[in-house]
Ligand binder design. Structure first.
Ligand code: PLP
Length: 399
């Protein structure tokens, strides 16, 4: 018997695994253009000043430097409940919120809380889910997002793939890596299937306020109703521009608490929250204060992202090897490689990296439905996006 966990060894996280290859290229003297990580702070965006001040206030003036309660500071749980009401008109009991070290920890806790069964994940989808559910040994079933319809979930596939052993369907809305937004009618249909077949909906809404062109983003608890078992994930990384502060939360609907099985799942998550003590206390204070300010930075952020998106999508479509639709949400593009010669997305991304220093993430790193695509962030300023396009253009011309 080996000494290593084979499940842990099987974890893949292309977004960061690629950094190893990039470091090799860097050692060879090439400048790397990082377009792989969804972190606005690595470009020309900053954590809002008022948010930073609240963190200083927490640490220096309020002296909030000890452990917090495991489920979160009461003031933050109240602020999160207020936010859900304010933005989505959803009534949340602060008691049904657990504060985590980022949504990443929420995914981890969820995975460890389930018994045996299968999980439906969006394909393409954010690989934290497949990573943790691989670790816990759950069966993963990917349901496709429809590429021809701007990546909306294939509801028929969810119906087909789910059965009596389905524990949950995960909805990432807006989606990473595609930027797709599921219209309310689609979310409603997913809700109907989940109710009929009696499984949980997990709705990752970490990009909820980052949408463009009147995208129809709406919270799942709002559309499906809080009587259904739904756990919503959100946090400060993206919309509050604070990736490094590591704070997120999970919100259980009334339907979770009333359900004989999912209530126990939630109680298991509460226990997990205790065993890891607490999330970062001063950041919880700062977030509680900042949420009531109602994201004064978000309009400017979205405006810049939209300009960058429009520019990048237009320039990408000028390359005959690539097709790209404008994403309605989040800050990624997920173009299709239409030239047969470059269809092996992993090979394409690695060769492009070695030759030009441009670092995208290969589409199959987001599951089998990501094949023949790649993901780029659209966070850098326009001159860097233009430079990227020129390098990609040269690559195609020389290969
Ligand atoms: C859909 C989605 N969920 C969760 C995360 C991780 O969030 P956090 O920084 O809160 O751990 C990301 C980060 O890229 C994401 O795209």
């Amino acid at each position: 018997m080996g000494k290593v966990s084979e499940r842990a060894t099987a974890i893949k996280y292309a977004i960061r695994d690629l950094v190893v290859a990039a470091n090799e290229v860097k050692k060879g003297g090439k400048e790397i253009i990082h377009l792989n990580i969804g972190d606005p702070l690595q470009y020309d965006f900053e954590t809002p000043e008022y948010f930073k001040r609240y963190l200083v206030e927490a640490v220096v003036e309020k002296n909030i430097n000890s452990y917090a309660p495991s489920e979160g500071l009461p003031m933050l749980r109240e602020a999160i409940a207020w936010r859900e009401k304010e933005y989505w008109g959803v009534n949340v009991d602060p008691e049904n919120i657990i504060v985590t070290t980022g949504v990443s920890e929420a995914v981890q806790m969820l995975a460890f809380s389930f018994g045996a069964g299968n999980i439906l994940l969006p394909g393409p989808g954010y690989p934290s889910y497949s990573g943790y559910f691989t670790l816990t040994g759950h069966e993963i079933r990917e349901y496709p997002l429809l590429s021809d319809e701007n990546w909306i979930p294939d509801v028929d596939a969810i119906a087909r793939l789910s059965d009596k052993d389905t524990l949950a369907v995960v909805l990432i809305n807006p989606n990473n890596p595609t930027g797709g937004v599921a219209p309310p009618s689609v979310v409603e249909e997913i809700g109907e299937i989940a109710q009929e077949k009696d499984f949980l909906i997990v709705s990752d809404e970490i990009y909820d306020l980052i949408t463009f062109d009147n995208a129809q983003m709406i919270s799942t608890q709002k559309v499906v109703g809080t009587d259904a078992p739904i756990i919503t994930f959100n946090g400060i990384s993206k919309t509050m521009l604070a990736t490094g502060w590591r704070l997120g939360w999970m919100i259980a609907s009334d339907g979770v608490i009333r359900h004989s099985e999912y209530k126990r799942v939630w109680e298991a998550i509460q226990k997990e929250s205790r065993v890891r003590l607490s999330a970062n206390a001063p950041v919880q204070y700062a977030t509680a204060k900042a949420l009531y300010e109602k994201y004064p930075h978000i309009e400017e952020f979205n405006k810049k992202l939209k300009e960058r998106r429009d520019f990048f999508v237009k320039r990408l479509n000028e390359l005959e090897q690539i097709e790209c639709s404008p994403p309605p949400g989040a800050f990624y593009v997920f173009p299709k490689i239409v030239d047969e010669r470059y269809k092996d997305d992993q090979k394409f991304v690695l060769e492009l990296l070695r030759e030009t220093g441009v670092l995208f993430v290969f589409g199959s790193g987001f599951g089998k439905y990501g094949k023949s695509h790649f993901r780029s962030v659209l966070l850098p300023p326009i001159d860097q996006l233009e430079k990227t396009i020129e390098l990609v253009e040269n690559f195609f011309a020389n290969n």
